[in-house]
Structures are given as structure tokens and as C-alpha cells.
Design a protein around this ligand. Structure first.
Ligand SMILES: *Cc1c(COP(=O)(O)O)cnc(C)c1O
Length: 252
């Protein structure tokens, strides 16, 4: 096995990741129970950004089925190195328009669509990936509209997300795009505030989207620090990195 992350990793790492996965699954199960929700109603996406492909391989061996990535070219290279594992790949971070085609060639779900130009770029990139055989015939890219839950005067363009008032238009654009399926909405709770309020606002935005697009029932919210609050507010997907894999080297 090669050094680029296709190897099995150390035995210690295997045990560490298995324990991290077990502990987070238990947190999700406890949160489901506390919220009176059915066991298994929340999907755990393990966010492996900055960690090697060997970790993804160990996580898959421990039963992880969904992994999240954030940055090109790291994400595409890792997905290619792990193509034999049958995982579902999620793009959870910001997508630059000029990277949309690269993302469409490996991602099964894009959580972070927040502007019309990105919808168009993903549609084009996905069509090309189909034409070039990078995606199997009939492959559909699931897309979530990312919502910025910060107050209007505290909106940080760097963190991404559309203002709540722009979500309906974006959802319509995704639903109308060929090869894309509107799956729902996503958000990152603003830093430094109790996440319960923001996650309740996300649930309201999600309900409005669902009223217009009945199949778009995904609500992606909750990370290592706030997954319980997200599950209590109705999240269907949590995106968890550090609580499974440990501290992450800073992304530069
Ligand atoms: C990195 C990242 C996560 C995972 O964050 P942790 O704090 O490591 O759980 C979730 N969502 C997005 C959008 C991310 O960029």
C-alpha cells in the first residue's frame, strides 16, 4: 500500500477511530432519544478533512458509510484513493465557483450551495462528469442550500450561506437544474452564541423549503460541539470531525 494514504494506518489509530466513531454514534443515539426521535433518524457524516485517506479506510472498516470533505484538491484525491470503499461523499465546506466542476466529479452530496452562480457551475460540472464517465449514468448530485443564520449586521461572507430571504429562490434554482436534486438545507451555527436559537430558525427555513419542495427534507446541522442542539431542533444530518478523529491541524 502506498504512502499517499491508501495504507491501513497504525493499529493504535484503528482503535482510536473505532472508539471515536462509537462515542459519537452514542451521542447521536442519546440525542435522538432525548428528542423523542426514532433511533437512526439522524445520519452521521464523518468529516475527514485534513486527515489522510488511511483514516477514511479505517473509518469505513469500522462501519462509517458517509464522509465529508471540504477543500480541493485534497478532497478529490482522497475520494479517488478510497473509491473502492463504496462510501457516500459529502462536500461540507465552501465551494469556489471555479472548483465546482472538480467537486461534481467526486461528491454525492453538496451541503454548501449559497449562490445562483454556484448552482449553474455545479450543473455544468456534473453534466461534464457524466459525459466523461467520471460519474455513472443516471448519477444525481444531491444539493443542500446553505443558510447563514447570523443576524443581518453580523453576516460574515467568509463563512458562507445565503440570507434566509434568498433561500427560496436558490432552492427553486437547484430544483430546476438538470442532474441536481434539491435535498434540503444546511447551516453552521454562528460562533459564540447558544446554537439553539439559530437551529430553530434553520428548522423554520427548512419547513418553508419543504412546503415548496416536498422531497427536500434534509436538515444538515450540528458538529462536534453542538450536535445535541441540532438533533433536538430536527437535524437529519450531523457533520462531525474532531469528536471522531481528534484535533485537526489548522487549515491554511
Ligand atoms: C469542518 C467542518 C465540520 C466538522 O467540524 P468539527 O468541529 O470537526 O466537528 C462540519 N461542518 C463544516 C461545514 C465544516 O467545515
Amino acid at each position: 500500500m502506498s504512502e499517499d494514504g491508501a495504507g491501513a494506518g497504525s493499529p493504535g489509530r484503528a482503535a482510536e477511530l473505532a472508539e471515536g466513531l462509537r462515542a459519537v454514534r452514542q451521542r447521536v443515539a442519546d440525542a435522538e432519544a432525548a428528542a423523542g426521535r426514532a433511533a437512526g433518524s439522524v445520519l452521521l457524516v464523518v468529516v475527514t478533512k485534513t486527515f489522510p485517506a488511511s483514516d477514511v479506510r479505517l473509518l469505513a472498516a469500522s462501519g462509517a458509510g458517509d464522509v465529508g470533505e471540504s477543500r480541493e484538491p485534497e478532497a478529490g484525491l482522497k475520494a479517488a484513493a478510497c473509491a473502492d470503499l463504496g462510501l457516500r461523499w459529502h462536500q461540507v465546506g465552501q465551494v469556489q465557483t471555479n472548483k465546482a466542476a472538480a467537486v461534481a466529479a467526486w461528491a454525492d452530496v453538496v451541503h454548501s450551495v449559497d449562490r445562483p452562480r454556484l448552482v449553474a457551475a455545479l450543473e455544468r460540472g456534473h453534466r461534464r462528469a457524466l459525459e466523461e464517465g467520471a460519474r455513472p449514468e443516471g448519477h444525481v448530485l444531491d444539493v443542500l442550500v446553505q443558510v447563514d443564520l447570523a443576524d443581518d449586521d453580523e453576516r460574515d461572507p467568509g463563512r458562507g450561506g445565503a440570507a434566509p430571504r434568498d433561500v427560496a429562490g436558490l432552492a427553486d434554482a437547484v430544483a430546476a437544474a438538470g442532474g441536481l436534486r434539491l435535498a434540503g438545507v444546511m447551516a453552521v451555527a454562528p460562533a459564540g452564541v447558544d446554537p439553539r436559537g439559530p437551529f430553530e430558525r434553520l428548522a423554520q427555513v427548512a419547513a418553508r423549503v419543504r412546503a415548496q419542495h416536498p422531497g427536500a427534507d434534509a436538515v444538515s446541522a450540528g458538529m462536534s460541539g453542538d450536535l445535541e442542539a441540532a438533533v433536538a431542533a430536527g437535524a437529519t444530518h450531523v457533520r462531525v470531525g474532531r469528536a471522531v478523529l481528534g484535533a485537526r491541524p489548522p487549515i491554511v
